[in-house]
Design a protein around this ligand. Structure first.
Ligand code: PLP
Length: 389
């Protein structure tokens, strides 16, 4: 990829945000200055915008495997997650429960509302026995939220298993999944039947920033977070972002169609990235085994260095990566995800998240191995010189 300076940019931070698909950019253009009417208006011009929103809703519903009237467009993945948790507690009262490795968009509302967190195993998958125990010892659980794919280490949750535990131990509770990191890698139609609520974010699958989706299966389940004009059948007020919604549907449709071949292509590239680093460097530990995580995730812990220093050198070399989730990078503490997984602190401090996506090529992987290899050697040499002086 060519960077604005003309230099080569190696972008391996797709879990933070993906570039938009060209077709999605093109699809949104007419809705800025041509079909700009408010889709809630009552004239025929407004109805054209309304039709675009409705058709987009149909497309999203078909990719997700739900009915169009179960799709609620929101302002981002964070809003969808907040709406699921805070909206459930506002409507039903009771207690929210989630694994300790959730994105902060789920974890913070659960904690703020006095909810409970559940332990995970060493791969970051929710511990099903611990979940059962928490549900049994908390009689008023009204919502359980378990992410479909972890944004940091890429672990895939077996939602069929989670649903079996939740339906048995807390039969009245809603089950929400944050599927924000899933769309590129998993068939959403296989996740949806297990849950009541599902969150998506367009900028993680080649759509625009600032558009989220909350699927509410079987009609309204939670109280709205944003009230006002009554858009989205009273579930999410605020004038529709027509252009963003149209582009979201186009991006999701492309993602859905290209997923099988992209999973194969990017899974192979991810494997060669990790093995290339391991061949080149000692003590590079793949945080989660490849068969437990999505194809685009290459999270490693590199012993003997701090990821802050590594990220600085990678940035200097125009390689985009991240240490923890994008929202948390900059912190010197090991991430809450690695801490919950029980990753030793000294290893967790050397965490590096490399995430691949639809624009990633073999050349990106080759360059990443060279750049990261050289940077790690430089940091280790520096540390050795310091300790011998
Ligand atoms: N949930 C997960 C798992 C994420 O990875 C992210 C973003 O990193 C979010 C929620 C928040 O989505 P958004 O950036 O659209 O607010």
């Amino acid at each position: 990829m060519t960077w604005v300076t003309g230099a080569t940019l190696t972008y391996l931070d797709h879990a933070a945000s993906t570039p938009m698909h060209a077709a999605a950019v093109e699809a949104m253009m007419p809705y800025f200055a041509d079909v700009y009417a408010n889709p809630s208006g009552s004239h025929r011009f407004a109805r054209r915008a309304r039709q675009a929103v409705d058709e987009s809703r149909d497309t999203v519903a078909s990719a997700v495997g739900c009915a169009p009237n179960e799709v609620v467009f929101t302002g981002c993945g964070t809003e969808s997650d907040n709406m699921a948790i805070a909206g459930a507690i506002a409507r039903l009262g009771g207690t929210a429960v989630c694994p300790a490795v959730e994105h902060h968009a789920v974890l913070h509302p659960v904690e703020q509302l006095g909810g409970r967190t559940v332990a995970v195993d060493h791969t970051g998958h929710v511990d099903l026995d611990a979940l059962a125990e928490v549900l049994e010892s908390t009689p008023d659980v009204t919502i359980v939220s378990v992410m479909a794919v972890n944004n940091e280490v890429g672990t895939i949750t077996d939602l069929a298993e989670v649903a079996a535990v939740v339906r048995r131990r807390a039969p009245g509770a809603l089950l929400h999944t944050d599927a924000v990191q899933s769309a590129c890698w998993l068939d959403l139609g296989e996740i949806t039947p297990h849950v009541d609520l599902l969150s998506l974010s367009a900028h993680k699958f080649g759509g625009p920033k600032g558009v989220g989706v909350l699927i509410e299966r079987g009609g309204p389940k939670v109280a709205p977070l944003i009230i006002g004009g009554g858009q989205e059948r009273e579930r999410r007020s605020g004038t529709h972002n027509t252009a963003g919604i149209v582009a979201t549907a186009v991006a999701l449709d492309i993602t859905d169609r290209e997923r099988p071949s992209e999973v194969r292509r990017l899974g192979a590239l991810r494997d060669s990235l990790v093995s290339g680093l391991q061949d080149r460097l000692d003590d590079v530990i793949e945080t989660v085994p490849a068969d437990r995580k999505v194809a685009g995730s290459a999270h490693v812990c590199i012993a003997g260095l701090e990821s802050e220093a590594l990220l600085y050198l990678l940035d200097e070399a125009d390689l985009c990566a991240s240490a923890a989730s994008a929202c948390a990078s900059g912190a010197m503490e090991p991430s809450h995800v690695l801490a919950a997984m029980g990753v030793e602190r000294s290893l967790a401090l050397g965490a590096l998240r490399l995430s691949l996506g639809h624009t990633t090529t073999g050349a990106d992987v080759d360059r990443a191995i060279d750049v990261i290899g050289a940077a790690v050697v430089q940091l280790r040499d520096r540390a050795a010189a310091r300790s011998s002086s």
